[in-house]
Design a protein around this ligand. Structure first.
Ligand code: C2E
Ligand code: MG
Ligand code: MG
Ligand code: MG
Length: 291
């Protein structure tokens, strides 16, 4: 399998020529190339954060933003996190990269809320490896202190799968992060395997309904039933709900009807670099005519 092949390639050493024969090996080779380039990219600071607006569906007001990393590759252009985050995760490079993301997002929050005199929340994605890292609490704390932001303005997104395995260990880690005063969200909710009986024990403020359940609304009745159930459950647990992948007016209509307060998706805006985002906020051009 890929892990084994990767291990062998690593064991063979970085200066050793390694011959790849089939497709699987090509994939391994590709991720080794990405890993090598990632090390360089971290040194060269080739990363940038984009920010996607989250909108209050009842009135069209801006609610907050999600920070999404991009790799501005010298020859390939903007590389999607779907390509390099898994490699960064597997190689351990995610720890350094993730620390940069938290720090950069914190300083962005300071600029954002100063510029607009608001209390916007900005969410950052945590990877499984970062979540398990013993230093994550002090990393988040240091960034908040350095950027001089209200800790409540930072939202930490984790996924259900990070809460599996040793539940008590996960709960301890969550409590420690939460004690910093940050907000916490469960991302891509409904696609993992979280135990519903534990959900109420986790100090989580927000559930983000995965795009997969929103996409085919209103055609897919099952997806509507599932989304409706997730929204109702979240509210009963005193959590707020953000729908991901809001692309159509019909999505908004369904969500409002089912009491989902917040939406995020291409209908409002793609993720934008800071300068473009700031002018988007100033003109509010995309969402104002929807409401
Ligand atoms: P995610 O956290 O679930 O982020 C939402 C993804 O959906 C983003 O893709 C966003 O651009 C995309 N999206 C938003 N609205 C729509 C829509 O209406 N339609 C469609 N089709 N897509 C939409 P992106 O930026 O490519 O990020 C992909 C994933 O990479 C993220 O999923 C997250 O899991 C991961 N990721 C991104 N940035 C970071 C980071 O800084 N750290 C870590 N650990 N992971 C990150
Ligand atoms: Mg996310
Ligand atoms: Mg998500
Ligand atoms: Mg996702």
């Amino acid at each position: 399998n890929a892990d084994l092949a990767m291990y062998r390639a690593k064991a063979a050493g970085r200066n050793t020529h390694y011959f790849f024969t089939d497709d699987l090996d090509k994939e391994v080779q590709e991720s080794l190339i990405i890993e090598t380039e990632l090390r360089e990219a971290i040194k060269e600071q080739q990363f940038v954060l984009y920010y996607q607006p989250q909108v209050n569906l009842a009135d069209g007001e801006l609610f907050g933003f999600e920070a999404l990393i991009r790799w501005n590759h010298p020859t390939k252009g903007m590389v999607s996190p779907a390509v390099f985050i898994p490699v960064a995760e597997q190689s351990g490079l995610i720890v350094a990269l993730g620390e940069w993301v938290i720090d950069e997002a914190s300083h962005f929050i300071a600029r954002l809320n100063k510029e607009f005199n608001k209390n916007y929340t900005v969410a950052v994605n945590l990877s499984a490896r970062q979540f398990k890292d013993k230093n994550i609490v002090s990393i988040i704390k240091d960034s908040i202190t350095k950027a001089r932001i209200n800790s409540h303005w930072l939202d930490i997104e984790i996924t259900e799968s990070m809460l599996m395995g040793d539940i008590n260990e996960a709960l301890k880690q969550l409590d420690e992060i939460k004690s910093l005063g940050v907000q916490m969200s469960i991302d891509d909710f409904g696609t993992g395997y979280s135990s519903l009986s534990y959900l109420k024990k986790f100090p989580v403020d927000t559930l983000k309904v995965d795009r997969a359940f929103i996409r085919d609304i209103p055609d897919d009745k099952d997806d509507m039933a599932i989304s409706d159930a997730i929204i109702a459950m979240a509210h009963k647990l005193n959590m707020q709900v953000i729908a991901e992948g809001v692309e159509t007016a019909e999505h908004v209509e369904f969500l409002v009807r089912n009491n989902c307060q917040i939406g995020q998706g291409y209908l409002f805006s793609q993720p934008l670099p800071e300068a473009e985002l700031f002018s988007f906020i100033k003109t509010e051009k995309i969402y104002q005519n929807l409401f």
